[in-house]
Design a protein around this ligand. Structure first.
Ligand SMILES: NC(=O)c1ccc[n+]([C@@H]2O[C@H](COP(=O)([O-])OP(=O)(O)OC[C@H]3O[C@@H](n4cnc5c(N)ncnc54)[C@H](OP(=O)(O)O)[C@@H]3O)[C@@H](O)[C@H]2O)c1
Length: 348
């Protein structure tokens, strides 16, 4: 495993980050009718990732591990499982990021980026994660009802209290990011990362946030680099049972267009010609793009098995030739011009 500095900060992270939005799923449903997380497999996958050198793990206060959407009844499960797993490891060797903003309770202050909510949620996250501090605390998406300065002052205080090492933001407008980074840094606290969606099918970030990240010295955690599994080749002949698209309706809405399926077929051919799995081609394209654009771009993946994890790590480590990179960009440009955007949402 290779390690890089996250943006211009001194923090060193593995070139791939393991996310916990989705964890291995069991076939059983709970009393709400929601599939349960397979806790044993989840711990196995996280442990294996650490054993294979991944030191960077991402979570959020609202993550369940199977549910895609916000749901206060299920929030916190992923952090709990992660906290139980890292008990067996050297905490100081790990870089843990978590997030705050999503709805975790039904009352007025049960979500958002107010000082009250942030101070409450860091206590909850630290308790579940079984740690005294998080390495990176991300604002998950904007809260238009709270002045940005109030949220940032709370984040800065958490840094000063030693509960957070670095501040970051996810799904924010570039102008907000510029403001936030300068505000936090002026107060003497480090802001070193943004987290946004990025894959060969979703390249919006390149126009504004990549140049911004370069100028401000930020790392980029590129989430859903496999387009939630769409780019792994598993959907070429329909939707396999218990794959994410089999139980996450939104995923079908977002990715399963005629155009995208056509893209998948051509993408698959290029993977085959190069002796790679589709997932590996998709991940190595993200890494290569980071190199070409001159930013630390960290693909932030989920996996539901150790086999997927191992396959994906090989993809991240594969060094893509300039020819293949050019071909993929041509293919993507042809499709990008005609593809439809997913419904606009920051509520991932
Ligand atoms: N900040 C935000 O708003 C935000 C939003 C989304 C995600 N994130 C972060 O980014 C992480 C990754 O997002 P994501 O889960 O959408 O990422 P992704 O890596 O694009 O998709 C992961 C899914 O693809 C399937 N998969 C992965 N590797 C595979 C392989 N080799 N072969 C076949 N299938 C494979 C698995 O689903 P199945 O096996 O179930 O089909 C897996 O759960 C999350 O865990 C979270 O930490 C952040």
């Amino acid at each position: 495993m290779k390690y890089v500095r996250l943006g211009k900060s001194g923090l060193k992270v593995s070139t791939v980050c393991l996310g916990t939005w989705h964890l291995p799923v069991s076939k059983e449903r709970d009393s709400y009718g929601v599939f349960k997380v397979d806790v044993v497999q989840s711990k196995r996958v996280i442990g294996k990732a650490i054993d294979l050198g991944i030191n960077f793990i991402d979570t959020a206060n609202r993550y369940h591990g199977v549910l895609n959407d916000e749901d206060p009844e299920h929030a916190g499960t992923a952090e709990k499982i992660l906290g139980q797993t890292i008990r067996g490891y050297d905490r100081e060797s790990l870089v843990i990021s978590t997030k705050v903003r999503g709805m975790v309770a039904y009352h007025e202050n049960g979500e958002g980026l107010s000082r009250k909510h942030i101070m409450w949620q860091i206590r909850e996250s630290l308790r579940r994660l079984n740690t005294d501090y998080v390495d990176i605390y991300l604002m998950h998406w904007p809260d238009v009802e709270t002045p940005l300065e109030e949220s940032l002052d709370a984040m800065i205080d958490l840094v000063k209290m030693g509960k957070v090492n670095y501040v970051g933001a996810s799904n924010f407008h570039p102008e907000d990011i510029d403001f936030m980074v300068n505000y936090v840094r002026r107060a003497g606290a480090p802001f070193n990362v943004i987290q946004d969606q990025y894959s060969i099918l979703r390249r919006g970030l390149e126009t504004d946030k990549v140049p911004l990240a370069k100028r401000l010295g930020l790392g980029i955690m590129a989430f859903s680099p496999l387009a939630q599994g769409f780019l792994t080749g598993k959907y070429l002949d329909g939707i396999p049972q218990m794959s994410r698209a089999s139980y996450v309706e939104k995923m079908k809405e977002w990715y399963f267009t005629e155009e995208n399926i056509k893209f998948l077929r051509e993408f698959h051919e290029i993977a085959k010609e190069n002796g790679l799995k589709d997932s590996q081609l998709a991940l190595s394209w993200v890494v290569k793009t980071g190199e070409v654009l001159g930013v630390s771009m960290i693909p932030t993946i989920s996996v539901t098995s150790v086999e997927q994890l191992e396959e994906n790590i090989e993809g991240v480590e594969y060094s893509m030739s300039n020819d293949v990179y050019r071909r993929l960009n041509e293919l993507s440009r042809n499709f990008l011009n005609r593809r439809s955007e997913p419904p606009k949402t920051t509520r991932l």
